[in-house]
Design a protein around this ligand. Structure first.
Ligand SMILES: Nc1ncnc2c1ncn2[C@@H]1O[C@H](COP(=O)(O)OP(=O)(O)OP(=O)(O)O)[C@@H](O)[C@H]1O
Ligand SMILES: [Mg+2]
Length: 506
C-alpha cells in the first residue's frame, strides 16, 4: 500500500500566510519574525530541532497563542485570530499531539460539539460524517464511544472534526509520533486526498522520509528564526539536517559486530496477570552479548509490562528471569541494578527529579559512593558529571535544574546516568520519542556503541525505523504475546507492520 505521489504542478494561490510572527516566553524567543505560507492544495513541511518554535508558530495560527508581533493573512486579506473560534471561523483546523476529545461521548457527538448552530440536525450531521469517513477511507464508527477508539482512530476523529467545520487549512503537529506504520500510511493517504481536494496542509514532523514523501516545499526553523523555505527534491537529507542544526552532522554508521554466545538475559514462559487478564502471555526470549533485540508493537500490547517486569518493578505471575546466569525472577529493582541491568523508562519526566540538578540526577542512585567523611563529595560528583556531559554531548551545565532541559538533553542525562554504570543488560523503551533528528542520531549511536561494547539490549520502540536501524532481531508483540520474530537478514517493514496488527503471524 503506497501513497500516490501525485503533486499538484501549479501550486494554488496562497491560502494562509503568517508574516513576521514574534513570540517571547520570558527570556526565550520562541519565534523571531517568522514567516510561513501555505497554498491551496499544498502540503508544506515545517521542520526544526526540538524547541525551534514550530508548535508556537502554528498555535499562533490557530489562536492558541497570541503573538507579540506579526500578522496573519487568509486568502490575502488581513485576519484577526485571537482565539481558536476565530481560527475555525477563518477556515483553519488543527490536530495537536494531545487530543481534545471527550472520551465519554460518541464520535458524532464529539465532532458536532461546540459547532455554533443552536439546533443541530443530528441525522444530517451524521450523514456528513459518514460521507467524510468513506471518502477518506477512515474506518471509524460514528456511533462508537471515543473511549473505545485506538490512538490512530482518535486522531482521525480530530481530523474529521476539523473537516466537518469546513477547514481550508489543516495543521498537523507531529501526527505520526503516536502511530504504527500502517496507521501512518492511512493518515498520509487521507492527507494526500485532502490536499488534492484543495485543502492547504501544514505538516510538522521530525521524520525526513515523511517530508520527502508528502511535501514539495519545506520551511525550516532554527532557534526561533526562519532559516528559509526550500524545495525538498533539491536537497538531500543531510542538507536538510544541516539547515535545521546549523552545521554538518555525521552519519550514523553503526559498527557491524556479531552477537556473542554469552546469554545476558534469559526469559522463559513469563506470565504477568492483572485483574484476571494476562498482560504478558508466555513470553520467552534471550538477549546475548553484543545483541540488540527490538520489540515492535502497537502501544498497549504488553510492551510496558515487559519492560517493568524485566527491571524488577513488576512481579511475574509465572515464568523465570535470569541475568548473567543468576535467577532474578523474584528480584527487586535494586537486585536488577546490582546485577548490571540498566533501565531507560518510557516516561522520561517520571525518571528524573525535575527541580534537582543534572549532576545530582546522574548520581542519584549511587550517592553513597560519593560520601566522604559523612559529607557528600560535590567535587568528585562535579568531575564525573563534567566528563559525562562532554562524552554525551549534553547541552547543559552540571548545576542546571533538569526541568530547564529540552527533551533530547533530558534523555541524554538519563542515558549518561544509566550507561556510566556500564550495564551488561539494557532495557530501554522509546528512547527517541519526540526527539529531533540530531538528538535521535546521537542517542541511537550511543546504543549502537553499547552493543559493540558487549551489552545485551532490549529495545522497545514504536518507531519501526529505529528498530530496523539498530536491531539484530525484532520480536513483534501483540496482545501480550510474541507473535513473530525476524532476524536482520529478513527484516521486512511490511511483514513486521502486519504482524503488529495481529495478522500475518509467522
Ligand atoms: N507556554 C510556554 N511557556 C514558556 N516557554 C514556552 C512555552 N511554549 C513554548 N515555549 C518555549 O519556546 C520554545 C519553542 O517551543 P516550541 O514548542 O514551539 O518548539 P517546537 O519546535 O515545537 O519543539 P518540539 O519539536 O520539541 O515540539 C522552546 O524553548 C519552549 O521551551
Ligand atoms: Mg512542538
Amino acid at each position: 500500500m503506497s501513497v500516490s505521489t501525485h503533486v499538484i504542478d501549479e501550486p494554488g494561490p496562497i491560502t494562509a500566510r503568517l508574516i513576521d510572527i514574534s513570540k517571547r516566553f520570558g527570556d526565550v524567543i520562541a519565534n523571531d519574525r517568522v514567516c510561513l505560507d501555505v497554498r491551496r492544495g499544498e502540503i508544506v513541511g515545517l521542520l526544526g530541532e526540538n524547541g525551534a518554535g514550530k508548535s508556537t508558530l502554528v498555535k499562533v495560527l490557530y489562536g492558541l497563542t497570541l503573538p507579540d508581533e506579526g500578522r496573519i493573512e487568509i486568502d490575502r486579506a488581513p485576519s484577526t485570530i485571537r482565539k481558536p473560534s476565530d481560527a475555525i471561523a477563518a477556515g483553519i483546523g488543527m490536530v495537536t499531539q494531545h487530543f481534545s476529545l471527550v472520551s465519554t461521548m460518541t464520535v458524532v457527538e464529539n465532532i458536532i460539539l461546540g459547532t455554533s448552530r443552536i439546533i443541530i440536525d443530528r441525522d444530517s450531521a451524521r450523514k456528513k460524517i459518514v460521507l467524510l469517513c468513506e471518502s477518506l477511507g477512515f474506518g471509524v464508527d460514528p456511533d462508537e464511544l471515543v473511549s473505545a477508539l485506538s490512538v490512530g482512530q482518535r486522531q482521525r476523529v480530530e481530523i474529521l472534526k476539523a473537516l466537518y467545520r469546513d477547514c481550508r487549512v489543516l495543521v498537523l503537529d507531529e501526527p505520526t509520533a503516536v502511530l504504527a506504520p500502517q496507521e501512518a500510511e492511512t493518515l498520509f493517504k487521507a492527507v494526500r486526498l485532502l490536499a488534492n481536494s484543495g485543502i492547504a496542509v501544514i505538516l510538522i514532523t521530525h521524520k525526513l522520509h515523511e517530508v520527502r514523501k508528502m511535501c514539495q516545499r519545506v520551511t525550516i526553523l532554527r532557534r526561533g528564526s526562519c532559516v528559509g523555505t526550500y524545495e525538498v527534491a533539491q536537497h538531500s537529507d543531510d542538507e536538510l539536517v544541516e539547515l535545521m542544526v546549523g552545521r554538518a552532522v555525521e552519519h550514523a554508521n553503526h559498527e557491524t559486530v556479531k552477537p556473542g554466545n554469552l546469554v545476558r538475559m534469559s526469559v522463559r514462559n513469563l506470565v504477568v496477570e492483572s485483574r484476571g487478564g494476562r498482560i504478558l502471555d508466555n513470553v520467552s526470549l534471550e538477549i546475548r552479548e553484543r545483541e540488540i533485540i527490538g520489540v515492535a508493537g502497537v502501544s498497549g500490547n504488553g510492551q510496558s509490562a515487559l519492560v517493568s517486569v524485566l527491571c524488577g518493578l513488576t512481579r511475574p505471575t509465572k515464568g523465570k528471569i535470569e541475568v548473567n546466569g543468576h535467577d532474578l525472577t523474584h528480584g527487586k529493582p535494586m537486585d536488577y541494578l546490582n546485577a548490571g541491568v540498566g533501565r531507560i523508562a518510557e516516561d522520561r519526566h517520571a525518571s528524573v527529579i525535575a527541580e534537582m540538578s543534572v549532576a545530582h540526577n546522574i548520581v542519584l542512585e549511587r550517592i553513597d559512593g560519593f560520601r566522604k567523611a559523612g559529607a557528600i563529595d560535590e567535587k568528585a560528583i562535579s568531575t564525573l558529571v563534567q566528563k559525562l556531559i562532554q562524552q554525551f554531548a549534553i547541552r547543559a551545565a552540571p548545576n542546571d535544574p533538569v526541568s530547564s532541559l529540552s527533551g533530547g538533553n533530558m534523555q541524554k542525562v538519563l542515558l549518561a546516568k544509566v550507561l556510566s554504570r556500564e550495564p551488561k543488560v539494557l532495557v530501554i523503551a522509546q528512547p527517541t520519542r519526540g526527539l529531533d533528528v540530531l538528538a535521535t542520531r546521537e542517542i541511537r549511536n550511543m546504543l549502537a556503541f553499547q552493543r559493540v561494547n558487549g551489552a545485551g539490549i532490549l529495545l522497545v520502540s514504536e518507531d519501526l525505523d529505529e528498530l530496523l536501524e539498530l536491531s539484530d532481531r525484532i520480536l513483534v508483540m501483540y496482545e501480550g504475546r510474541i507473535v513473530a520474530e525476524f532476524t536482520n537478514s529478513q527484516f521486512d517493514r511490511n511483514e513486521i507492520g502486519l504482524a503488529m496488527t495481529g495478522s500475518g503471524s509467522r
